[in-house]
Write a protein that binds this ligand. Structure first.
Ligand code: PLP
Length: 444
């Protein structure tokens, strides 16, 4: 059994075909990590910062009362969905299949709450320390909820360019702290997202021309203003570090659920991928927590396989899906990114196990199936992980991965987790539209 090399995978990608790609550059965690500038220390530093802010978050966002100001999500085992997929594929998956419920994350209901909120908090902390509002990081951060702090932050701006969910998270946290927030969006972005942000007092600027150019202009404007801070989806290490915490915390959560991960019980993770920050950061954290026993695969739409293209060509952000005449509109709008993050794709070069792509029908079909089987609604961008284990065991590439890593006889004891990246904030009307459309893609 031989795996396809990068060149032949790329040929399939160019033809808009679904692929399963195994990363030929994957290295043992320690070695891979040593090739980056980052380590477990950075993950712990980010976690400590989130802990410091917990007393503020608890006051500012009462929905986090139960978790004492920690923004976290539950794990749900999806047995009915597994049966449905077993049936559909005519192939029984022996291990367990779980969903990591970031659709249930407090404050913004998407995975962005991890990276974006972390970055806004870090910026607020830096400003407060620089200007003497905080004397040290030992203080009780509940002071961030006081009028004194809000008045101070109202002198400062945070700007972001986004087609959606990133703006929601930056907007929600930025405004709560008192910042002036500007969000650049394309006109096609969902109306409810614009309404939501405007209701929070965010300045939403819509662009009908070249969105990439518009974001560049937004960045230039922000850069020219010393009191403005630009949240940079493509190059931000803070976003990345915020996400790493989500992966690292899985260690404790899996223990609490009684899920064993060790040499005999591997863990497989399937992570939706847009620009790469969330799957990349989470993978980095997971690898620090579980070492060689965790295997992380990202999932993209065939129309926007930016990470696949970046990694198989090893051109990272110097290549775009448009170079291959890909890039049509996809239902998985949260993943519609033509060019991957150069920072993240390079950081992940030796850490991802691989990735796969799905046609739009699959995003719709999985959305429908999950709703029917488990009464869980996710947005299209969030569902792609659930078919991951089947792709892994059914594709030639996946099978040789399992063989090479000596995982064949451990497969039956494996845990599979699909990261569900968002959905709870979608208004009923849009939800009904998604469900109606998805119904036509009943996979059976
Ligand atoms: C942003 C987003 C992703 C992907 O995260 P990236 O950091 O862009 O790779 C996945 N799902 C949803 C719902 C998102 O909003």
């Amino acid at each position: 059994m031989s795996t396809l090399n990068n060149q032949s995978i790329l040929e399939k990608i160019k033809k808009n075909e679904e692929v399963f790609w195994v990363n030929p550059h994957m290295l043992p965690v320690e070695e891979a990590t040593s090739h980056t500038q980052y380590s477990i220390k950075d993950v712990e530093d980010a976690e400590a910062r989130l802990q410091r802010f917990a007393s503020f978050i608890r006051v500012a966002f009462p929905e986090t009362e139960e978790t004492e100001g920690i923004i976290e999500s539950p794990l749900t085992e999806i047995k009915e969905m597994k049966k449905y997929l077993d049936d559909l594929q005519g192939n029984s998956l022996k291990g367990q299949l779980w969903l990591k419920r970031d659709d249930q994350l407090p404050i913004s209901g998407t995975i962005k709450a991890r990276g974006a909120i972390y970055e806004v908090l870090k910026h607020a902390e830096t400003l407060a320390l620089e200007h003497g509002l905080l004397e040290s990081i030992e203080e009780d951060y509940a002071v961030f909820a006081t009028d004194e702090f809000k008045t101070f932050f109202s002198e400062y701006n945070i700007t972001v360019g986004t087609t959606g969910n990133l703006g929601i998270s930056v907007g929600a946290m930025g405004r709560m702290l008192g910042f002036d927030v500007t969000v650049h969006m394309s006109v096609e972005a969902k109306q409810w997202k614009k309404d939501y942000l405007r209701n929070k007092g965010v300045d939403v600027i819509e662009h009908d021309t070249d969105f990439t150019k518009a974001v560049e202009n937004g960045r230039a404007e922000s850069d020219a203003n010393p009191k403005s801070y630009f949240v940079d989806d493509e190059h931000s290490i803070e976003l990345f570090l915020g996400y790493t915490v989500g992966g690292y915390r899985m260690k404790k959560q899996l223990q609490e659920e009684g899920i064993v991960v060790d040499d005999e019980h591997p863990l497989f993770m399937y992570l939706p991928c847009g620009i790469g920050g969330s799957p990349g950061g989470i993978t980095f954290g997971l690898k620090q927590a579980f070492g060689e026993n965790v295997h992380c695969f990202f999932v993209e739409p065939t129309k926007m396989p930016s990470m696949l293209v970046g990694l198989t060509t090893e051109k990272f952000d110097e290549v775009s899906v448009f170079d291959y005449n890909l890039g049509g509109l996809t239902v998985a709008d949260g993943l519609a990114v033509p060019r991957t993050s150069g920072l993240v794709s390079r950081l992940m070069k030796n850490l991802f196990s691989g990735g796969y792509s799905l046609k739009d029908e699959w995003f719709k079909g999985l959305l429908h199936g999950l709703y029917e089987q488990e009464s869980i609604f996710l947005e299209p961008a969030a569902v792609g992980g659930m078919i991951g284990p089947y792709r892994l065991m059914e594709s030639t590439e996946g099978q040789s991965y399992l063989k090479e890593k000596g995982l064949e006889d451990k497969w039956d004891q494996a845990t599979h987790i699909a990261w569900a990246t968002g959905g709870s904030m979608v208004p009923d009307h849009d939800k009904d539209d998604f469900l109606k459309e998805a119904k036509e893609y009943d996979l059976k």
